[in-house]
Design a protein around this ligand. Structure first.
Ligand SMILES: N#Cc1c[nH]c2ncccc12
Length: 405
């Protein structure tokens, strides 16, 4: 009962978003011997409150899930991980005299929490699958689950970012750490190099399965007024996030291209364009994979659509590029986490442009964090309008009950 009231207390605070600029400035202080101890204590003081606040906010939302989903054993297991982690973190409450021992304990606790939650995505997907197999799901439930999972996984991305930064900056030094990086952030992330790395790895999988893979053409245009047109395009970003997005988009583009041209000797290349403007850094991957109809485009971002029941999964799970899984919705969350986005523009019958948008200015790259409040809670208690186009527009000649004017 005590933990419950503490949960209410922390859930009553809004999460505090940090910008990439703030992460870098703070990390640079932590990297200097003269200010390392002060920074580690400042990081501890911030996280000791911010992590329970972010956990409590999302735990309150989990409890609002459709009760059939809450009954799934996998969802109960995930909830138990969150409760245990919350309990461990509030042990540090009111530890006023911060000493070396408390700091080491805290870092160990963060490592334990990171490990405990390593399989949350797969376990939640298992819960969604169990629900699909045991209960019918109406479109309202599906919309609620989509709304929740976007917020739940965004919250998880943000909590893991905070934990990783503290462990990398103040935990035991790892060997293969790039000294120029600030924790998991590269202040000069060379976008073209990450594009090539993601392409090579996706190509390896594609050739293994399809015995062929499209070539890659890259065009770069640096339009930043602060730089020369020929300067390499760099950005303050988390390379692992950018890699995750690109790897996913390349896998889908390669699968579409090789399957659409399976009868031909030559398969058309993937054309990548990287443009740095004043506000946006855009990476477009254009393929000639036949495209996807507009009516189906939103489906590839739907968790429910991507959660095929287990038996159907086995025959395609062997295909490394199989299905869409959660890769696209999660990739879009990584892009949106620091105010970017992922957009798919498809030309059915020809191919698809997949575009990653990122913020050029690190002070504009603020964390996008879900906040548990009455607005959020209302979504779980009212039927979400699927979209108002269907209810207030006549789009077909089907006989419809005349709507009163
Ligand atoms: N992401 C992505 C995609 C990139 N090309 C595609 N073609 C059909 C369906 C999805 C995709």
């Amino acid at each position: 009962l005590a933990t419950k009231s503490v949960l209410e207390k922390y859930a009553s605070f809004n999460p505090s978003p940090l910008s990439l600029k703030k992460f870098v400035e703070f990390g640079r202080m932590g990297a200097m011997e003269c200010s390392k101890e002060g920074s580690s204590k400042e990081s501890y003081a911030f996280l000791q409150k911010e992590l329970p606040v972010r956990l409590a906010n999302i735990m309150k939302e989990i409890s609002l899930l459709p009760e059939n989903l809450l009954k799934m054993s996998s969802v109960k297991l995930v909830m138990s991980w969150y409760q245990q982690s919350f309990k461990e973190l509030i042990e540090f409450e009111n530890q006023d005299r911060i000493n070396k021992n408390i700091m080491e304990n805290f870092t160990h606790t963060l490592i334990n929490i990171r490990n405990r939650h390593s399989n949350v995505v797969e376990t939640m997907a298992q819960g969604v699958m169990e629900l699909k197999e045991n209960h019918g799901i109406d479109s309202n439930t599906e919309n609620r689950i989509q709304y929740f999972l976007d917020r739940f996984y965004m919250s998880r991305i943000s909590i893991r970012m905070l934990i990783n930064q503290h462990i990398l900056l103040f935990g035991k030094k790892e060997k293969n750490n790039d000294p120029r990086h600030i924790g998991c952030i590269d202040p000069n992330c060379n976008v073209s190099l990450v594009v090539q790395d993601a392409y090579e790895n996706a190509r390896f999988l594609c050739e293994q399965y399809y015995l062929a893979a499209p070539e890659l053409n890259i065009v770069s245009k640096n339009s930043s007024v602060l730089e020369n047109e020929s300067d390499p395009i760099q950005i303050v970003y988390v390379p692992s996030h950018l890699y995750h997005m690109l790897f996913e988009l390349f896998k889908n583009a390669m699968r579409a291209t090789t399957e659409h041209h399976s009868e031909e000797d030559q398969i058309p290349p993937l054309n990548v364009m990287i443009v740095k403007g004043q506000e946006d850094l855009s990476v477009k991957i254009s393929d000639q994979g036949g495209g996807i109809p507009r009516a189906k485009l939103e489906l590839v971002f739907q968790y429910m659509y991507s959660t095929a029941p287990q038996p159907a999964r086995s025959d395609i799970a062997s295909a490394p590029l199989a299905g869409y899984g959660y890769g696209l919705p999660l990739s879009r969350l990584y892009a949106r986490y620091f105010q970017g986005d992922i957009v798919l523009n498809s030309f059915e019958g020809y191919g698809t442009d997949a575009i990653i948008y990122l913020k050029v200015l690190s002070n504009e790259a603020n964390e996008m964090l879900p906040v548990y409040n009455t607005t959020a809670s209302k979504v779980y208690h009212t039927d979400i309008p699927v979209n108002d186009w269907s209810s207030s527009w006549v789009t077909s000649h089907r006989l419809q009950n005349p709507t009163p004017k």
